[in-house]
Structure formats: C-alpha cells, structure tokens
Design a protein around this ligand. Structure first.
Ligand SMILES: [Zn+2]
Length: 75
C-alpha cells in the first residue's frame, strides 16, 4: 500500500467557494486507487475503486451534507 499526500492551491470546493486543501491518494497491492480530497473549509470528496471494477464516489460539504453518494458499476 502506498499513499501520497499533496497540497493543492485554491480550487472550487463542493460548497461552491474557492479553497485550497490536501489530496491523499492511496494505492493497494492490486493497483486499486482510493483518492480523498479535503478542502480547508471542511468539504471533502472521496473516490474509491473496488476489486469488481466498481467505483464509489462521495462528496460531502463542510456542513456535513452529503451531496453525492453514488457507485458506478464496473464491466
Ligand atoms: Zn466548503
């Protein structure tokens, strides 16, 4: 499992404002990637890959409101 944390400059957060933040990308032994983005205001997004090829996408704003919670089926 390797993970990389990087900071990014102000960009559009889920709440609609510009905020900087931190991105954490983790990759497991099979190459499945989990990406978590945390904005300085508290908004966050996550994208997670699963072994069956499906992808889970989650977007939560800084008021803890879930804006997106969906799963895409793989082939
Ligand atoms: Zn926000």
């Amino acid at each position: 499992m390797t993970s990389t944390i990087s900071r990014f400059d102000a960009t559009l957060a889920p709440c609609g404002h510009q905020h900087d933040g931190e991105r954490c990308v983790a990759e497991d032994d099979q190459g499945l990637v989990t990406e978590q983005v945390t904005f300085s205001c508290g908004c966050r997004t996550a994208r997670e890959e699963f072994h069956d090829g499906s992808v889970h996408h989650l977007v939560v704003n800084h008021k803890h409101k879930v804006l997106v919670d969906e799963e895409f089926r793989g082939e």
